[in-house]
Design a protein around this ligand. Structure first.
Ligand code: B12
Ligand code: SF4
Length: 502
Protein backbone atom coordinates (compact mmCIF):
# COMPACT_ATOMS: atom_id res chain seq x y z
CA UNK A 1 0.00 0.00 0.00
CA UNK A 2 1.29 3.51 -0.75
CA UNK A 3 2.05 5.60 2.30
CA UNK A 4 0.31 8.82 1.28
CA UNK A 5 -1.88 10.32 3.95
CA UNK A 6 -4.18 13.31 3.75
CA UNK A 7 -4.62 15.47 6.86
CA UNK A 8 -7.55 17.88 6.86
CA UNK A 9 -8.63 20.70 9.15
CA UNK A 10 -11.82 22.65 8.65
CA UNK A 11 -11.88 26.44 8.41
CA UNK A 12 -15.03 27.82 10.00
CA UNK A 13 -13.59 31.09 11.23
CA UNK A 14 -11.78 32.97 8.44
CA UNK A 15 -8.01 33.07 8.92
CA UNK A 16 -8.16 30.77 11.91
CA UNK A 17 -4.72 29.29 12.56
CA UNK A 18 -4.51 25.50 12.53
CA UNK A 19 -5.63 23.77 15.72
CA UNK A 20 -2.42 22.55 17.31
CA UNK A 21 -3.47 18.89 17.86
CA UNK A 22 -2.50 17.33 14.51
CA UNK A 23 0.40 19.77 13.99
CA UNK A 24 2.23 18.06 16.83
CA UNK A 25 2.68 14.70 15.14
CA UNK A 26 3.04 15.36 11.39
CA UNK A 27 6.81 15.58 11.77
CA UNK A 28 6.99 12.18 13.55
CA UNK A 29 5.19 10.53 10.65
CA UNK A 30 7.21 12.27 7.93
CA UNK A 31 10.39 11.09 9.61
CA UNK A 32 9.02 7.54 9.45
CA UNK A 33 8.71 7.72 5.68
CA UNK A 34 5.04 8.69 5.46
CA UNK A 35 4.04 11.32 2.91
CA UNK A 36 1.71 13.70 4.76
CA UNK A 37 -0.31 16.23 2.75
CA UNK A 38 -1.94 18.81 4.98
CA UNK A 39 -4.83 21.09 4.03
CA UNK A 40 -7.02 23.56 5.83
CA UNK A 41 -10.26 23.55 3.89
CA UNK A 42 -12.96 26.16 4.18
CA UNK A 43 -16.40 24.84 5.10
CA UNK A 44 -17.87 26.00 1.78
CA UNK A 45 -15.07 24.58 -0.36
CA UNK A 46 -15.22 20.91 0.59
CA UNK A 47 -16.00 19.96 -3.02
CA UNK A 48 -12.68 21.39 -4.13
CA UNK A 49 -10.85 18.80 -2.08
CA UNK A 50 -12.47 15.98 -4.12
CA UNK A 51 -10.35 16.28 -7.32
CA UNK A 52 -7.27 16.60 -5.18
CA UNK A 53 -8.03 13.32 -3.42
CA UNK A 54 -8.85 11.69 -6.77
CA UNK A 55 -5.46 12.45 -8.20
CA UNK A 56 -3.33 11.89 -5.12
CA UNK A 57 -3.88 8.23 -4.36
CA UNK A 58 -4.19 8.54 -0.59
CA UNK A 59 -4.48 5.39 1.49
CA UNK A 60 -5.77 7.13 4.63
CA UNK A 61 -7.53 10.35 5.58
CA UNK A 62 -6.98 11.94 9.02
CA UNK A 63 -9.54 14.39 10.37
CA UNK A 64 -9.98 16.24 13.61
CA UNK A 65 -13.34 16.09 15.31
CA UNK A 66 -14.53 19.52 14.19
CA UNK A 67 -15.67 17.90 10.91
CA UNK A 68 -19.42 17.42 10.80
CA UNK A 69 -21.24 14.19 9.92
CA UNK A 70 -22.47 15.53 6.56
CA UNK A 71 -18.92 16.37 5.45
CA UNK A 72 -17.60 13.00 6.60
CA UNK A 73 -20.41 11.19 4.77
CA UNK A 74 -19.75 13.23 1.66
CA UNK A 75 -16.07 12.26 1.70
CA UNK A 76 -16.93 8.62 2.38
CA UNK A 77 -19.52 8.63 -0.42
CA UNK A 78 -16.90 9.85 -2.88
CA UNK A 79 -14.07 7.66 -1.59
CA UNK A 80 -15.54 4.54 0.04
CA UNK A 81 -12.23 2.72 -0.36
CA UNK A 82 -10.17 5.23 1.69
CA UNK A 83 -10.45 4.64 5.45
CA UNK A 84 -10.74 7.62 7.78
CA UNK A 85 -9.25 8.08 11.24
CA UNK A 86 -10.55 10.87 13.44
CA UNK A 87 -9.01 12.29 16.60
CA UNK A 88 -9.74 15.00 19.14
CA UNK A 89 -12.20 15.48 21.91
CA UNK A 90 -15.36 14.73 19.87
CA UNK A 91 -13.90 11.77 17.95
CA UNK A 92 -16.13 9.16 19.57
CA UNK A 93 -19.28 10.92 18.47
CA UNK A 94 -18.09 10.96 14.85
CA UNK A 95 -17.21 7.26 15.09
CA UNK A 96 -20.76 6.53 16.24
CA UNK A 97 -22.59 8.78 13.79
CA UNK A 98 -20.70 8.02 10.58
CA UNK A 99 -18.99 5.06 8.95
CA UNK A 100 -15.56 6.27 10.08
CA UNK A 101 -13.54 3.20 11.01
CA UNK A 102 -11.00 4.49 13.53
CA UNK A 103 -11.10 7.06 16.34
CA UNK A 104 -8.43 8.16 18.79
CA UNK A 105 -9.69 9.64 22.03
CA UNK A 106 -7.05 11.16 24.31
CA UNK A 107 -3.42 12.02 23.69
CA UNK A 108 -2.70 11.34 20.03
CA UNK A 109 1.02 11.40 19.41
CA UNK A 110 1.97 7.83 20.40
CA UNK A 111 -1.43 6.65 19.20
CA UNK A 112 -1.07 7.83 15.60
CA UNK A 113 2.52 6.63 15.38
CA UNK A 114 1.58 3.09 16.41
CA UNK A 115 -1.60 3.21 14.38
CA UNK A 116 0.32 4.02 11.21
CA UNK A 117 2.80 1.22 11.89
CA UNK A 118 -0.05 -1.25 12.29
CA UNK A 119 -2.06 0.18 9.41
CA UNK A 120 0.80 -0.36 6.98
CA UNK A 121 1.99 -3.44 8.87
CA UNK A 122 0.21 -6.30 10.54
CA UNK A 123 -3.10 -4.58 11.32
CA UNK A 124 -3.04 -5.46 14.98
CA UNK A 125 -4.97 -2.47 16.23
CA UNK A 126 -5.02 -3.81 19.77
CA UNK A 127 -1.49 -2.43 19.97
CA UNK A 128 -2.62 1.16 19.39
CA UNK A 129 -3.16 3.24 22.53
CA UNK A 130 -6.44 5.12 22.88
CA UNK A 131 -7.90 3.63 19.69
CA UNK A 132 -11.54 2.72 19.12
CA UNK A 133 -12.24 0.85 15.90
CA UNK A 134 -15.04 -0.98 14.17
CA UNK A 135 -15.57 -4.51 12.96
CA UNK A 136 -18.87 -4.37 11.12
CA UNK A 137 -21.40 -3.11 13.66
CA UNK A 138 -19.19 -3.82 16.65
CA UNK A 139 -17.20 -1.08 18.39
CA UNK A 140 -13.88 -2.33 19.73
CA UNK A 141 -11.25 -0.69 21.91
CA UNK A 142 -7.57 -1.52 21.94
CA UNK A 143 -7.63 -1.87 25.70
CA UNK A 144 -4.50 0.26 25.98
CA UNK A 145 -5.19 3.60 27.59
CA UNK A 146 -2.45 6.17 27.66
CA UNK A 147 -3.21 9.05 30.01
CA UNK A 148 -2.32 12.64 29.19
CA UNK A 149 1.24 13.66 29.74
CA UNK A 150 1.57 17.05 28.11
CA UNK A 151 5.35 16.86 27.95
CA UNK A 152 5.33 13.72 25.85
CA UNK A 153 2.64 15.18 23.56
CA UNK A 154 4.70 18.32 22.98
CA UNK A 155 8.31 17.13 22.88
CA UNK A 156 10.32 16.78 20.76
CA UNK A 157 8.65 20.03 19.75
CA UNK A 158 8.48 20.45 15.99
CA UNK A 159 4.91 21.56 15.26
CA UNK A 160 3.99 21.63 11.60
CA UNK A 161 2.18 24.88 10.81
CA UNK A 162 2.54 25.22 7.05
CA UNK A 163 -0.78 23.70 6.04
CA UNK A 164 -1.95 24.46 2.52
CA UNK A 165 -5.28 26.17 2.08
CA UNK A 166 -8.40 25.56 0.03
CA UNK A 167 -10.94 28.32 0.39
CA UNK A 168 -11.94 31.79 -0.69
CA UNK A 169 -9.14 33.85 0.72
CA UNK A 170 -6.71 33.72 3.57
CA UNK A 171 -4.23 36.17 5.01
CA UNK A 172 -0.72 35.20 3.94
CA UNK A 173 0.52 34.75 7.49
CA UNK A 174 -2.67 33.28 8.99
CA UNK A 175 -1.05 29.97 10.01
CA UNK A 176 1.53 31.83 12.09
CA UNK A 177 -0.69 34.25 13.96
CA UNK A 178 -2.16 33.48 17.42
CA UNK A 179 -0.46 30.13 17.54
CA UNK A 180 -1.41 27.91 20.47
CA UNK A 181 1.00 27.28 23.28
CA UNK A 182 -0.37 24.67 25.63
CA UNK A 183 -0.22 25.05 29.42
CA UNK A 184 -2.18 22.02 30.53
CA UNK A 185 -4.93 19.67 29.39
CA UNK A 186 -8.62 19.60 30.14
CA UNK A 187 -10.62 22.10 32.15
CA UNK A 188 -10.26 22.75 35.89
CA UNK A 189 -13.98 23.41 36.23
CA UNK A 190 -14.92 20.14 34.54
CA UNK A 191 -12.69 18.49 37.10
CA UNK A 192 -14.88 19.75 39.92
CA UNK A 193 -17.44 17.49 41.55
CA UNK A 194 -20.26 19.98 41.26
CA UNK A 195 -22.50 17.95 39.07
CA UNK A 196 -22.89 14.46 37.89
CA UNK A 197 -25.19 12.37 35.79
CA UNK A 198 -25.18 8.90 34.36
CA UNK A 199 -25.44 7.94 30.70
CA UNK A 200 -26.94 4.64 29.56
CA UNK A 201 -24.08 4.00 27.15
CA UNK A 202 -25.22 0.58 25.99
CA UNK A 203 -28.70 1.88 25.18
CA UNK A 204 -27.23 4.76 23.19
CA UNK A 205 -25.07 2.33 21.22
CA UNK A 206 -27.96 -0.04 20.53
CA UNK A 207 -30.09 2.85 19.35
CA UNK A 208 -27.38 3.54 16.77
CA UNK A 209 -27.27 -0.13 15.76
CA UNK A 210 -23.94 -0.92 17.44
CA UNK A 211 -22.66 -3.43 19.94
CA UNK A 212 -19.50 -2.81 21.91
CA UNK A 213 -16.81 -5.11 23.23
CA UNK A 214 -16.34 -5.27 27.01
CA UNK A 215 -13.13 -3.24 26.71
CA UNK A 216 -14.86 -0.58 24.62
CA UNK A 217 -17.77 -0.36 27.04
CA UNK A 218 -15.47 -0.10 30.01
CA UNK A 219 -13.49 2.71 28.38
CA UNK A 220 -16.66 4.57 27.35
CA UNK A 221 -17.87 4.30 30.95
CA UNK A 222 -14.57 5.78 32.18
CA UNK A 223 -14.79 8.66 29.73
CA UNK A 224 -18.44 9.62 29.98
CA UNK A 225 -19.69 8.30 33.33
CA UNK A 226 -17.15 9.94 35.56
CA UNK A 227 -18.63 11.22 38.78
CA UNK A 228 -18.31 14.84 37.80
CA UNK A 229 -19.30 17.09 34.93
CA UNK A 230 -18.58 20.66 33.94
CA UNK A 231 -20.71 23.01 31.86
CA UNK A 232 -23.57 20.94 30.55
CA UNK A 233 -23.07 21.90 26.87
CA UNK A 234 -19.31 21.44 26.69
CA UNK A 235 -17.63 18.49 25.00
CA UNK A 236 -14.18 19.62 26.06
CA UNK A 237 -14.80 18.55 29.66
CA UNK A 238 -14.10 14.97 28.66
CA UNK A 239 -10.46 15.70 28.04
CA UNK A 240 -8.58 14.61 31.16
CA UNK A 241 -7.52 17.54 33.37
CA UNK A 242 -3.81 17.75 34.07
CA UNK A 243 -1.74 20.68 35.26
CA UNK A 244 1.77 21.40 36.45
CA UNK A 245 3.26 23.68 39.09
CA UNK A 246 3.54 27.33 38.10
CA UNK A 247 7.30 26.99 37.55
CA UNK A 248 6.91 23.91 35.38
CA UNK A 249 4.02 25.45 33.40
CA UNK A 250 6.14 28.50 32.62
CA UNK A 251 9.06 26.30 31.61
CA UNK A 252 6.85 24.33 29.17
CA UNK A 253 5.24 27.44 27.71
CA UNK A 254 8.57 29.15 27.33
CA UNK A 255 10.04 26.23 25.39
CA UNK A 256 7.09 26.34 22.98
CA UNK A 257 7.15 30.12 22.57
CA UNK A 258 10.90 30.20 22.12
CA UNK A 259 10.81 27.62 19.34
CA UNK A 260 7.91 29.31 17.57
CA UNK A 261 9.52 32.73 17.85
CA UNK A 262 13.03 31.75 16.80
CA UNK A 263 12.23 29.09 14.18
CA UNK A 264 8.83 30.13 12.84
CA UNK A 265 8.84 33.92 13.39
CA UNK A 266 5.68 33.72 15.47
CA UNK A 267 5.05 36.84 17.53
CA UNK A 268 1.49 36.29 18.75
CA UNK A 269 0.59 33.41 21.02
CA UNK A 270 -2.60 32.02 22.45
CA UNK A 271 -2.22 30.30 25.82
CA UNK A 272 -4.27 27.13 26.09
CA UNK A 273 -5.75 26.73 29.54
CA UNK A 274 -8.96 27.92 31.15
CA UNK A 275 -7.03 29.37 34.09
CA UNK A 276 -3.97 31.33 32.92
CA UNK A 277 -3.91 34.22 35.39
CA UNK A 278 -2.11 32.48 38.25
CA UNK A 279 1.07 32.19 36.15
CA UNK A 280 0.65 34.93 33.54
CA UNK A 281 2.72 37.67 35.17
CA UNK A 282 5.72 35.43 35.69
CA UNK A 283 5.35 33.99 32.21
CA UNK A 284 5.37 37.43 30.58
CA UNK A 285 8.47 38.28 32.57
CA UNK A 286 10.21 35.14 31.45
CA UNK A 287 9.32 35.89 27.80
CA UNK A 288 10.87 39.33 28.24
CA UNK A 289 13.92 37.95 30.01
CA UNK A 290 14.46 35.56 27.12
CA UNK A 291 14.10 38.34 24.54
CA UNK A 292 10.98 36.89 22.96
CA UNK A 293 9.50 40.03 21.50
CA UNK A 294 5.87 39.14 21.25
CA UNK A 295 3.26 41.47 19.77
CA UNK A 296 0.25 39.84 21.34
CA UNK A 297 -0.50 37.30 24.03
CA UNK A 298 -4.05 35.94 24.14
CA UNK A 299 -5.67 34.27 27.10
CA UNK A 300 -9.13 32.93 27.85
CA UNK A 301 -10.90 32.08 31.09
CA UNK A 302 -14.22 31.84 32.92
CA UNK A 303 -15.91 34.99 34.30
CA UNK A 304 -15.58 33.78 37.90
CA UNK A 305 -11.87 33.03 37.47
CA UNK A 306 -11.35 36.43 35.84
CA UNK A 307 -12.83 38.12 38.91
CA UNK A 308 -11.03 35.85 41.34
CA UNK A 309 -7.68 36.77 39.78
CA UNK A 310 -8.47 40.41 39.07
CA UNK A 311 -5.38 41.69 40.91
CA UNK A 312 -3.13 39.36 38.95
CA UNK A 313 -4.71 40.55 35.70
CA UNK A 314 -4.06 44.16 36.70
CA UNK A 315 -0.41 43.39 37.42
CA UNK A 316 -0.07 41.85 33.96
CA UNK A 317 -1.71 44.86 32.34
CA UNK A 318 0.54 47.28 34.24
CA UNK A 319 3.48 45.33 32.91
CA UNK A 320 2.01 45.36 29.39
CA UNK A 321 1.66 49.15 29.54
CA UNK A 322 5.16 49.65 30.95
CA UNK A 323 6.74 47.45 28.29
CA UNK A 324 4.41 48.43 25.42
CA UNK A 325 2.90 44.96 25.02
CA UNK A 326 -0.60 43.74 24.13
CA UNK A 327 -2.76 41.25 25.99
CA UNK A 328 -5.99 39.97 24.50
CA UNK A 329 -8.53 38.73 27.04
CA UNK A 330 -10.65 36.43 24.84
CA UNK A 331 -13.38 33.84 25.00
CA UNK A 332 -14.76 34.65 28.41
CA UNK A 333 -17.48 32.04 28.72
CA UNK A 334 -20.42 34.18 29.84
CA UNK A 335 -22.91 32.00 27.93
CA UNK A 336 -25.89 34.05 29.13
CA UNK A 337 -26.97 36.95 31.29
CA UNK A 338 -30.15 35.16 32.35
CA UNK A 339 -30.04 33.09 35.54
CA UNK A 340 -32.26 30.19 34.38
CA UNK A 341 -29.89 29.67 31.45
CA UNK A 342 -26.85 29.57 33.70
CA UNK A 343 -28.54 26.92 35.83
CA UNK A 344 -29.35 24.83 32.75
CA UNK A 345 -25.76 25.21 31.60
CA UNK A 346 -24.42 24.16 35.02
CA UNK A 347 -22.09 27.16 35.07
CA UNK A 348 -22.14 27.33 38.91
CA UNK A 349 -22.26 31.09 38.64
CA UNK A 350 -24.92 33.76 38.21
CA UNK A 351 -25.66 36.91 36.24
CA UNK A 352 -24.14 39.13 38.94
CA UNK A 353 -20.79 37.42 38.41
CA UNK A 354 -21.17 37.74 34.64
CA UNK A 355 -22.07 41.41 34.86
CA UNK A 356 -19.15 42.10 37.20
CA UNK A 357 -16.78 40.35 34.79
CA UNK A 358 -18.25 42.34 31.89
CA UNK A 359 -17.69 45.56 33.82
CA UNK A 360 -14.13 44.54 34.56
CA UNK A 361 -13.48 44.05 30.82
CA UNK A 362 -14.88 47.50 30.09
CA UNK A 363 -12.85 49.07 32.89
CA UNK A 364 -9.56 47.54 31.77
CA UNK A 365 -10.17 48.66 28.20
CA UNK A 366 -10.73 52.20 29.44
CA UNK A 367 -7.66 52.08 31.65
CA UNK A 368 -5.19 50.23 29.41
CA UNK A 369 -6.40 51.21 25.93
CA UNK A 370 -4.17 49.88 23.17
CA UNK A 371 -2.46 47.43 25.53
CA UNK A 372 -5.52 45.24 25.87
CA UNK A 373 -8.27 43.74 23.69
CA UNK A 374 -11.54 42.66 25.26
CA UNK A 375 -13.81 41.98 22.28
CA UNK A 376 -12.78 38.59 20.89
CA UNK A 377 -15.06 35.56 20.77
CA UNK A 378 -16.81 35.60 24.14
CA UNK A 379 -19.20 32.69 24.59
CA UNK A 380 -22.92 33.46 24.44
CA UNK A 381 -25.54 30.75 23.92
CA UNK A 382 -28.68 32.63 22.95
CA UNK A 383 -30.55 29.69 21.49
CA UNK A 384 -31.06 26.43 23.31
CA UNK A 385 -34.15 24.30 24.01
CA UNK A 386 -35.33 26.50 26.91
CA UNK A 387 -34.77 29.91 25.36
CA UNK A 388 -37.71 32.26 25.92
CA UNK A 389 -38.48 35.62 24.35
CA UNK A 390 -37.61 37.11 27.73
CA UNK A 391 -34.17 35.46 27.95
CA UNK A 392 -33.50 36.31 24.32
CA UNK A 393 -34.55 39.94 24.67
CA UNK A 394 -32.60 40.48 27.89
CA UNK A 395 -29.45 38.93 26.46
CA UNK A 396 -29.75 40.84 23.19
CA UNK A 397 -30.32 44.13 24.95
CA UNK A 398 -27.21 43.53 27.00
CA UNK A 399 -25.21 42.61 23.91
CA UNK A 400 -26.44 45.66 22.02
CA UNK A 401 -25.53 47.92 24.95
CA UNK A 402 -22.03 46.46 25.04
CA UNK A 403 -20.85 46.22 21.46
CA UNK A 404 -17.38 47.14 22.69
CA UNK A 405 -17.32 43.64 24.24
CA UNK A 406 -19.65 41.82 21.82
CA UNK A 407 -19.10 43.38 18.39
CA UNK A 408 -21.20 40.77 16.55
CA UNK A 409 -24.38 38.79 17.01
CA UNK A 410 -22.99 35.48 15.93
CA UNK A 411 -22.48 31.86 16.96
CA UNK A 412 -25.09 32.07 19.68
CA UNK A 413 -26.49 28.57 19.33
CA UNK A 414 -26.13 25.44 21.40
CA UNK A 415 -24.29 22.81 19.36
CA UNK A 416 -25.25 19.26 20.26
CA UNK A 417 -21.90 17.60 19.72
CA UNK A 418 -22.87 14.25 21.13
CA UNK A 419 -25.45 12.25 23.07
CA UNK A 420 -22.91 12.31 25.89
CA UNK A 421 -23.19 16.00 26.59
CA UNK A 422 -24.54 16.35 30.14
CA UNK A 423 -27.38 18.51 28.81
CA UNK A 424 -28.50 15.85 26.32
CA UNK A 425 -30.63 13.60 28.58
CA UNK A 426 -32.75 16.59 29.66
CA UNK A 427 -33.27 17.71 26.07
CA UNK A 428 -34.22 14.19 25.06
CA UNK A 429 -36.55 13.57 27.98
CA UNK A 430 -38.54 16.68 27.04
CA UNK A 431 -38.81 15.56 23.40
CA UNK A 432 -36.83 18.55 22.16
CA UNK A 433 -34.15 16.76 20.15
CA UNK A 434 -34.26 15.39 16.61
CA UNK A 435 -31.78 13.55 14.48
CA UNK A 436 -30.32 15.38 11.53
CA UNK A 437 -27.91 14.58 8.75
CA UNK A 438 -26.01 17.77 9.43
CA UNK A 439 -23.81 19.07 12.23
CA UNK A 440 -23.00 16.33 14.70
CA UNK A 441 -26.20 14.37 14.11
CA UNK A 442 -28.66 16.20 16.38
CA UNK A 443 -30.65 19.39 16.40
CA UNK A 444 -33.04 20.86 18.94
CA UNK A 445 -36.35 22.66 18.91
CA UNK A 446 -37.14 25.39 21.37
CA UNK A 447 -39.95 24.54 23.78
CA UNK A 448 -41.36 28.06 23.80
CA UNK A 449 -43.22 28.49 20.49
CA UNK A 450 -42.54 32.19 20.06
CA UNK A 451 -38.85 31.75 20.86
CA UNK A 452 -38.72 28.87 18.38
CA UNK A 453 -40.11 31.17 15.70
CA UNK A 454 -37.49 33.76 16.62
CA UNK A 455 -34.86 31.05 16.20
CA UNK A 456 -36.14 30.13 12.73
CA UNK A 457 -35.93 33.77 11.81
CA UNK A 458 -32.38 34.00 13.18
CA UNK A 459 -31.27 31.02 11.09
CA UNK A 460 -32.62 32.64 7.93
CA UNK A 461 -30.85 35.89 8.83
CA UNK A 462 -27.63 34.04 9.54
CA UNK A 463 -27.66 32.50 6.07
CA UNK A 464 -28.16 35.97 4.55
CA UNK A 465 -26.01 38.20 6.70
CA UNK A 466 -23.52 35.85 8.36
CA UNK A 467 -21.92 37.58 11.30
CA UNK A 468 -23.48 40.92 10.40
CA UNK A 469 -27.05 40.60 11.62
CA UNK A 470 -28.23 43.94 13.01
CA UNK A 471 -28.99 43.37 16.68
CA UNK A 472 -31.33 46.37 16.79
CA UNK A 473 -33.34 45.08 13.84
CA UNK A 474 -33.51 41.60 15.30
CA UNK A 475 -34.63 43.00 18.66
CA UNK A 476 -37.35 44.93 16.86
CA UNK A 477 -38.51 41.77 15.17
CA UNK A 478 -38.85 40.04 18.55
CA UNK A 479 -41.60 42.53 19.38
CA UNK A 480 -43.47 41.42 16.26
CA UNK A 481 -42.81 37.71 16.29
CA UNK A 482 -46.04 36.90 18.19
CA UNK A 483 -48.31 38.47 15.55
CA UNK A 484 -46.38 38.64 12.28
CA UNK A 485 -45.30 35.81 9.97
CA UNK A 486 -41.57 35.26 9.46
CA UNK A 487 -41.91 36.34 5.82
CA UNK A 488 -43.53 39.58 6.86
CA UNK A 489 -40.81 40.32 9.40
CA UNK A 490 -38.13 39.54 6.82
CA UNK A 491 -39.82 41.90 4.38
CA UNK A 492 -40.68 44.76 6.70
CA UNK A 493 -37.68 44.79 9.04
CA UNK A 494 -34.89 43.30 6.96
CA UNK A 495 -36.12 44.20 3.46
CA UNK A 496 -35.71 40.58 2.36
CA UNK A 497 -38.33 39.43 -0.14
CA UNK A 498 -38.76 35.68 -0.67
CA UNK A 499 -38.28 34.54 -4.29
CA UNK A 500 -41.50 33.11 -5.74
CA UNK A 501 -41.13 29.44 -6.68
CA UNK A 502 -42.66 28.38 -10.01
C1 B12 B 1 -7.05 26.90 20.70
C2 B12 B 1 -8.40 26.48 20.28
C3 B12 B 1 -8.97 27.16 19.26
C4 B12 B 1 -8.27 28.29 18.54
C5 B12 B 1 -7.50 27.66 17.36
C6 B12 B 1 -6.30 28.36 16.94
C7 B12 B 1 -5.09 27.97 17.66
N1 B12 B 1 -4.34 28.97 18.02
O1 B12 B 1 -4.80 26.78 17.86
C8 B12 B 1 -9.50 29.11 18.11
C9 B12 B 1 -9.94 29.99 19.24
C10 B12 B 1 -9.33 30.00 16.90
C11 B12 B 1 -10.51 27.99 17.95
C12 B12 B 1 -11.55 28.03 17.10
C13 B12 B 1 -12.49 27.01 17.03
N2 B12 B 1 -12.58 25.95 17.84
CO1 B12 B 1 -11.29 25.45 19.03
N3 B12 B 1 -10.23 25.00 20.54
C14 B12 B 1 -9.08 25.41 20.92
C15 B12 B 1 -8.69 24.70 22.20
C16 B12 B 1 -9.03 25.67 23.34
C17 B12 B 1 -7.24 24.28 22.32
C18 B12 B 1 -6.74 23.36 21.21
C19 B12 B 1 -5.38 22.89 21.56
O2 B12 B 1 -4.41 23.52 21.20
N4 B12 B 1 -5.29 21.76 22.31
C20 B12 B 1 -4.04 21.16 22.71
C21 B12 B 1 -3.76 19.91 21.86
C22 B12 B 1 -2.40 19.36 22.25
O3 B12 B 1 -4.74 18.94 22.20
P1 B12 B 1 -5.84 18.39 21.18
O4 B12 B 1 -6.29 19.46 20.30
O5 B12 B 1 -6.87 17.66 21.95
O6 B12 B 1 -5.01 17.34 20.27
C23 B12 B 1 -4.49 16.12 20.75
C24 B12 B 1 -5.48 14.93 20.73
O7 B12 B 1 -6.83 15.28 20.88
C25 B12 B 1 -5.19 14.22 19.45
N5 B12 B 1 -5.80 14.65 18.20
C26 B12 B 1 -6.33 15.82 17.85
N6 B12 B 1 -6.70 15.79 16.56
C27 B12 B 1 -6.39 14.58 16.08
C28 B12 B 1 -6.57 14.03 14.82
C29 B12 B 1 -6.16 12.72 14.59
C30 B12 B 1 -6.34 12.12 13.25
C31 B12 B 1 -5.61 11.96 15.65
C32 B12 B 1 -5.20 10.56 15.44
C33 B12 B 1 -5.43 12.51 16.92
C34 B12 B 1 -5.82 13.82 17.11
O8 B12 B 1 -3.80 14.40 19.31
C35 B12 B 1 -3.42 15.71 19.78
C36 B12 B 1 -2.06 15.59 20.44
O9 B12 B 1 -2.16 14.81 21.59
C37 B12 B 1 -9.61 23.49 22.19
C38 B12 B 1 -9.89 22.94 23.55
C39 B12 B 1 -8.64 22.25 24.03
N7 B12 B 1 -8.07 22.77 25.10
O10 B12 B 1 -8.17 21.30 23.43
C40 B12 B 1 -10.81 24.03 21.44
C41 B12 B 1 -11.64 23.07 20.62
C42 B12 B 1 -10.74 22.07 19.95
N8 B12 B 1 -12.25 23.96 19.62
C43 B12 B 1 -13.45 23.65 19.36
C44 B12 B 1 -14.29 24.35 18.48
C45 B12 B 1 -15.73 23.89 18.39
C46 B12 B 1 -13.82 25.42 17.75
C47 B12 B 1 -14.66 26.25 16.80
C48 B12 B 1 -15.50 25.45 15.85
C49 B12 B 1 -15.45 27.21 17.67
C50 B12 B 1 -16.51 27.95 16.94
N9 B12 B 1 -17.75 27.59 17.22
O11 B12 B 1 -16.21 28.78 16.15
C51 B12 B 1 -13.60 27.10 16.07
C52 B12 B 1 -13.23 26.48 14.73
C53 B12 B 1 -12.00 27.07 14.21
C54 B12 B 1 -11.84 26.82 12.78
N10 B12 B 1 -11.37 25.63 12.43
O12 B12 B 1 -12.12 27.68 11.97
C55 B12 B 1 -13.90 22.46 20.13
C56 B12 B 1 -13.90 21.21 19.27
C57 B12 B 1 -15.14 20.39 19.44
C58 B12 B 1 -15.10 19.29 18.43
N11 B12 B 1 -16.15 19.18 17.65
O13 B12 B 1 -14.15 18.58 18.34
C59 B12 B 1 -12.90 22.45 21.32
C60 B12 B 1 -12.63 21.08 21.92
C61 B12 B 1 -13.44 23.44 22.38
C62 B12 B 1 -14.70 23.03 23.10
N12 B12 B 1 -14.86 23.51 24.30
O14 B12 B 1 -15.59 22.38 22.65
N13 B12 B 1 -10.19 26.96 18.76
S1 SF4 C 1 -17.22 25.61 28.88
FE1 SF4 C 1 -15.19 26.15 29.62
S2 SF4 C 1 -15.39 26.12 31.87
FE2 SF4 C 1 -17.12 24.98 31.05
S3 SF4 C 1 -16.46 22.82 31.07
FE3 SF4 C 1 -16.05 23.67 29.03
S4 SF4 C 1 -13.94 24.36 29.05
FE4 SF4 C 1 -14.64 24.10 31.20
Amino acid sequence: MNKNILFLQLELIPNCPPHMGMCLFIDDLSKNGINCDTFIVNLNYIDQIIPLIEKSNYSLICLDSIFTVDIVRHLQGQFPHIPIIVGGVNAISLLFHTDIQYAVFGPGRAAIKTFIEEYYGSNNFYNVPNLFFKRGKKILYSGKTLNWNLESELFPYLPFLDWQYIGPDRAANANHIDVSIVAGTGCPYAHSTLSSNHFAINDALHELGYDASDDALQRLEEIFNRKRHGCSFCIFQYQEFTSYSIEKTIELLLKQAEFLYLKRNVTSFQIQTENPLPFLYNFINSLLKNNIEFKKLSIRTRPDLLLLHKDKLMNCLDLARDRDLHISVEQIGFESFFDDDLINFNKNTDTTVNKDALKLLKDIKKEYGKHVSVDVGHGIILFHPWTTLKSLTENLQLISNNTDIFPKLFLGTLLIYSEFLPIFPKIKSEGLVQKTEYGYGFKFTIKDKAANKAYELYEILLSHFGADISIQAYLKSLELVGNYSIDRILREIFHLVPIEEN
